[in-house]
Write a protein that binds this ligand. Structure first.
Ligand code: FDA
Length: 393
């Protein structure tokens, strides 16, 4: 039987990064993955350019049942540390939005850095390898795989979440956790587009492809970012962000004019430019197709502002600031960027990522109940947790 100091299940972001750290410490490391390629999600991420970190990767940008769990790892391996690493590999990168770093050319460049780090550290990667059984021995683990049995002293589960099964996502990590008696918290697809009721979807169908800067609010949390109407519902950064906080049944408030006090603004325009049609004013603030759609509900939009009453201006304001899309769910794991929830961190050391009750068993990355906002936070969690575990396995 082959024997390793460390076996890492999952050749994704956290697994590859952890492997390199452990390899540099002189550990004999094997990374296994059932997929035919390492880092498939990295390649797909950030529209193919991988938003690999966020300079503001503070604990407040992560959701977890235990909000304190992520603090230590994020502090010990920061986004600046990761930027240092990619600079040493001469990666060309761009800051697309404040603090959000993307590869300038392709996510392939970022994946290549991880593979190079694994190679330099002497860590081995084996693809097309599935684990069929895990047995805990006194001081080691035995893994039965489709290509033979493997023994290791430390076993790291880095199998990620459930999002995008076609990229190799499975619930394997949760099964391992349950096998060893760990609690797995409820999970749901997140950073995900929101779907809308069929009748409303039909009504909004002319808006498919239209983007508008909005403020989305759910459960007391708000995001001011662009929203995109799609043929299934609503998407874009504002919606993906709010999906971390919204669930079917909750209120979702969309303000399509978040930057102005709309009612006050319309009254001012009525005073300054009384002959101007409200439609013309709205077209200067919102996409034309949206204003066209509004005409179905407000037949008087093309009238001069001087002819409109305060009540009419208030009605339009209410429509735009509480835009009613009637959400009914999300697109689910098929398109979600992450899984919210996962392995309860209460049973995992925030210092070493070793399970408190099973010596030698480690969990890192998205499989844990730690979920970042949109914007490079989830990869930073993969690097920080992978780094931390890599120091102890
Ligand atoms: P990850 O999913 O990276 O790796 C898990 C690995 O385990 C995979 O290689 C998988 O094949 C393997 N595996 C699963 N089950 C197995 C089994 N049974 N046996 C063996 N191997 C198994 N984040 C961000 O910060 N910036 C971004 O730009 C994006 N963009 C983005 C786009 C899209 C389309 C998605 C789906 C996700 C993102 N994300 C993101 C999220 C980010 O990709 C994610 O949080 C990290 O990849 C999580 O890293 P992990 O190592 O935990 O899992």
């Amino acid at each position: 039987m082959e024997s390793f100091d460390v076996v890492i299940i999952g050749a994704g972001a956290s697994g590859l990064f952890c492997a390199a750290q452990a390899g540099y410490r002189g550990r004999k490391v094997l990374v296994i993955d059932h997929a035919n390629k390492a880092g498939k999600k990295i390649l797909m991420s950030g529209g193919g350019r991988c938003n690999f970190t966020n300079l503001d990767a503070a604990p407040k940008h992560y959701l977890s049942n235990n909000p304190y769990f992520c603090i230590s790892a994020l502090k010990r391996y920061t986004s600046f540390d990761f930027v240092d690493l990619v600079e040493r590999h001469a990666l060309n990168y761009v800051e697309k939005a404040p603090g959000q770093f993307f590869c300038e050319h392709s996510a392939k460049d970022l994946l290549q850095i991880l593979l190079t780090e694994c190679e330099w550290s002497g860590s081995e990667i084996r693809l097309n390898t599935s684990v069929q059984q895990i047995t805990k021995n006194e001081e080691s683990f035995t893994l039965v795989t489709n290509v033979g049995d493997i023994e290791c002293n430390a076993l790291v589960v880095a199998t990620g979440g459930l999002s995008i099964p076609t990229l190799g996502a499975t619930g394997f990590g949760y099964q391992v956790a349950e096998q060893f008696g760990l609690n797995v918290l409820p999970r749901r697809a997140s950073l995900v587009p929101i779907t809308i009721q069929p009748a409303m979807k039909e009504k909004l169908s002319t808006l498919s492809g239209v983007s508008v800067d909005i403020e989305a609010t759910a459960n007391g949390v708000s995001f001011k970012e662009p929203m995109l109407f799609t043929h299934r519902g609503i998407s874009g950064p504002a919606i993906l962000q709010i999906s971390n906080f919204w669930q079917p049944g909750d209120d979702l408030q969309l303000n399509l004019l978040p930057e102005i006090d709309s009612e006050q603004h319309f009254k001012q325009v009525r005073q300054d430019k009384p002959k101007r049609a409200l439609e013309t004013e709205l077209t200067s603030l919102l996409p034309k197709r949206l204003v066209e759609l509004m005409k179905q509900d407000f037949s008087w939009l093309s009238k001069p502002m001087a002819e409109l009453s305060n009540d009419q201006l208030a009605e339009v304001t209410q429509y735009l600031t509480h835009f009613d899309v009637q959400p009914n769910g999300t697109e689910g794991y098929r398109t979600a960027e992450v899984t919210l929830g996962g392995i309860d961190t209460d049973q995992v050391s925030s210092k070493t990522f070793e399970c408190n009750t099973v010596k030698g068993l480690y969990f890192i990355g998205e499989v844990l109940d730690v979920t970042g906002w949109l914007g490079g936070y989830n990869f930073q969690w993969a690097w920080s947790s992978g780094y931390a575990a890599g120091q102890y396995v």
